[in-house]
Design a protein around this ligand. Sequence first.
Ligand code: HEM
Length: 145
Amino acid sequence: MKREQQQVSEDVKPTAPVYGVGDSTLRAAGGETGVRALVDAFYDYMDTLPEAAGIRAMHDADLSESRDKLTTFLIGWMGGPSNYAEKYGSINIPGAHRHLAIGLAEKEAWLLCMQKALDDQDYEEVFKRYVMVQLSFPAEMCRNR
Ligand code: HEM
């Protein structure tokens, strides 16, 4: 029995991708250039999807700072260099959203933009799912109604 279990774990290891260790997530996302492309697609969806009109209206007309802030934040969050605090000051995600009215619909709209942006990238399906699962937690914590 013990041998069988060992055999299973040895069989599974080489094929199951590991994210969240060191900068493995950032590498799977295509490095810093890949994250920038992902965030650009994310804000392009926010700018155009009817479901996202409400959250788009919470942002400045010019999205360039939002694009750079989310990119810089996600690069650190994915295990890359943490330049966010140095560039923009320290951040706590729920706290940074406290002044905004975020309920279930707003959270879902944000995650929809992210899902569509991920689908546009040349990523493994399992990596897209990993990112969505990981982001759903901070997204839920941004809800204040
Ligand atoms: C749950 C739905 C979310 C909505 C509706 C939302 C909306 C917004 C808005 C409107 C801003 C600009 C705030 C301002 O100019 O005052 C912002 C900033 C930001 N958001 Fe979100 N956000 C959400 C979730 C998230 C998540 C899950 C993350 C990261 C994991 C994130 C990361 C950021 C960052 C890094 C900033 C810049 C913070 C700052 O300038 O202080 N957001 N968000």
